[in-house]
Write a protein that binds this ligand. Structure first.
Ligand SMILES: *Cc1c(COP(=O)(O)O)cnc(C)c1O
Length: 436
């Protein structure tokens, strides 16, 4: 057995067989430096690395572990699903029950199709929008992440609305020529774009609240404006709730903030929480659009493991625990943890902007509030790296990038919060010392 190897040893070994040693880039710690921890166990609010260190977990697998790690209710349901086989590649009751649960929480989801990752969900939504409108252009916002499909891997350009340029080698100009990138929260840019090209636009896609450039909430009414302008021009509005869905509230970001403004996107995408940590994601929306999917319609989309019985069991069991009481707890914990850390930074005179959208939050090491990607990039990422490593050394695991949201779970305890508070005070001083 090799379990005596340390994270460092594992990482050296990993790099010889897995590019960068990781299955997804941010895990490699490149932007903060140092060696990623190899986690081997989680329980409730805590995770343990292979070296035997214990951490309070504020990553939660980037959101899915909303009820904490290895919750007995979820484990029980997954075990019983597993014992009856992992997969049939055929329809099963689990996916029907999970789809009904999603529709009950988000009435705009009259139909739901399951896939295995958020990337696929968004890819499918974009294909559907293009098919439904017989148009090609997709509008996305700089700094919003929608997975790694070719047409959405595009950089922010300067200026008002720039034609998308490939963000990665291997993505051809052809694959992104129908993607237009606009600065987030910029109503004027959108008005101008629609005035010029409104009849060519198939869809506008946005994160319900951007949380992949750090947390940058939409300015009041911005999402409603996007829904309205899309509708007026015959384009579809895709609300990407892969991160926010069933995390911000029972009905996701839309359920908490969108519903009361009286608008509904044409398509929603979900992931992360709906799989409870298993590979599961979904696209949902109006019956008129969703029924275009094969085999009802002619828009092709498929998946060998889609709607998998083990994944749907994990998702449904997780959602069963996601009741109003849980969201009350998550909101309170997010406020408690976030403001405790912000206070520690303020006490050490570290300039920062503490930003929240529901129970998602993050800290920008910049004196000004951040409303878009350009502003997000002005932050001092080296200050974040110092803060990050100090917290990690003290047993607090937070996202290894200044451009990611932080995640609380329902399993956090008062003791965890005290530990976070103590660690944040020390970490804030280390940032302060460094900048002198
Ligand atoms: C995580 C995420 C995705 C991609 O989901 P994967 O399951 O990682 O492919 C897409 N959109 C948003 C908003 C996300 O946060």
């Amino acid at each position: 057995m090799t379990t005596f190897e340390t994270s460092l040893q594992w990482h050296n070994r990993a790099q010889r067989i897995i590019p960068g040693g990781v299955s997804s880039p941010v895990r490699a710690f490149q932007s903060v430096g140092g060696t990623p921890r190899y986690f081997v166990k989680g329980e409730g609010s805590k995770v343990w690395d292979v070296d035997g260190n214990e951490y309070v977990d504020l990553v939660g697998s980037w959101g899915p572990m909303i009820v904490g790690h290895a919750h007995p209710h979820v484990v029980g349901r997954v075990k019983s699903a597993m014992e009856k086989s992992f997969s049939f590649g055929a329809p099963g009751p689990g996916e029907v029950l999970l789809a009904e649960e999603i529709a009950a929480r988000v009435p705009g989801c009259e139909r739901v199709r399951f896939v295995s990752s958020g990337t696929e969900a968004v890819m499918t939504a974009v294909r559907l929008a293009r098919a439904a409108t017989s148009r090609n252009l997709i509008v996305k916002f700089a700094g919003c992440y929608h997975g790694h499909s070719d047409s959405l891997l595009v950089q922010s350009g300067s200026g008002i609305a720039t034609l998308g340029l490939p963000n990665s080698p291997g993505v051809t100009p052809g694959q992104t020529q129908d993607t237009i990138v606009v600065p987030f929260n910029d109503v004027d840019a959108m008005n101008q774009l629609f005035a010029e090209r409104g009849s060519d636009i198939a869809a506008v896609i946005t994160e319900a609240t951007p949380a992949n450039m750090g947390v940058v909430p939409p300015l009041p009414g911005f999402n409603k404006f996007l829904a309205d302008i899309s509708k007026r021009h015959g384009a579809l509005f895709i609300l990407d709730e892969v991160m926010t869905g069933f995390r911000i509230s029972q009905g996701g970001w839309w359920g908490k903030f969108g519903q009361e403004e009286n608008w509904t996107p044409d398509l929603f995408t979900f992931g992360k929480v709906i799989g409870g940590g298993m590979p599961l994601a979904a696209v949902g929306g109006s019956a008129a659009v969703m029924e275009l999917l094969a085999p009802s319609g002619s828009v092709y989309q498929a998946g060998t493991l889609s709607g998998n019985p083990v994944a749907t069991a994990a998702g449904l069991a997780t959602l069963e625990l996601c009741d109003p009481d849980l969201y009350t707890v998550l909101d309170a914990r997010a406020h408690e943890v976030g403001s405790t850390i912000s206070d520690a930074l303020t006490a050490a005179s570290v300039e920062h902007s503490f930003q929240q959208a529901g129970n998602l939050f993050s800290f920008f090491f910049t004196p000004k509030e951040v409303n878009n990607f350009d502003q997000a990039q002005e932050q001092d990422t080296s200050a974040f790296a110092v803060f990050f490593h100090s917290l990690l050394e003290q047993g607090i695991s937070v996202p290894p990038s200044a451009f990611e949201a932080w995640f609380v779970s329902g399993a956090l305890t008062d003791h965890d919060v005290e530990k976070i508070s103590t660690a944040a005070t020390i970490a804030a001083h280390q940032v302060r010392l460094r900048s002198n």
